[in-house]
Design a protein around this ligand. Sequence first.
Ligand code: GTP
Length: 180
Amino acid sequence: MRKDVRILLVGEPGVGKTSLILSLVSEEFPVEVPAKAEEITIPADVTPEKVPTHIVDFSSQEQEDSQLVEEIIKAHVICTVYAVDDEESIQKIKTYWLPLIRQVMPDDNSRPVILVGNKSDILEVSSMETILPIMNEYAEVETCVECSAKTLKNISEVFYYAQKAVLHPTAPLYLPEEKE
Ligand code: GTP
């Protein structure tokens, strides 16, 4: 069994990656957030799976693309974050983030991905209808979850699902058609 879990958060600027991390750690919504959260380690005894868990933020404001590639390689699971009220941030999951992760980690070495829809406090309607086709297209997407860093709804679940995807990976429900 793995002795630790490394979770990376990526996604468009402003979707709330840093807020999610700080909300998890402090159990309250941070009014002011830095561009990037420092890497944090959650000790084994306070994680659901009893494994030390590193949580890593990525900020395109402060970091280069080469660092992004490096972090993707080092991560065991990647939380790809969008904001439920920001259609463009959802489209970028499909057009940028998932293809990039695939390009960095080809087939036999893929990383599980969790799709995280933040800011669920803003919208009453769910983004799941838009997200499901993306899940179906990318077998590496393990789960999707809507949450709010502001109300703390589903915040601990996000990190629990991420941990679980590494420690107890599930086989895809169906295999995509064999490539030619
Ligand atoms: P970059 O560092 O630019 O990549 O942004 P980020 O993804 O880390 O987003 P950040 O945490 O800086 O949050 C961006 C803005 O969204 C801030 O004004 C937050 O207060 C706000 N925000 C974050 N999470 C939520 C949420 O759950 N609900 C609402 N209503 N606002 C949020």
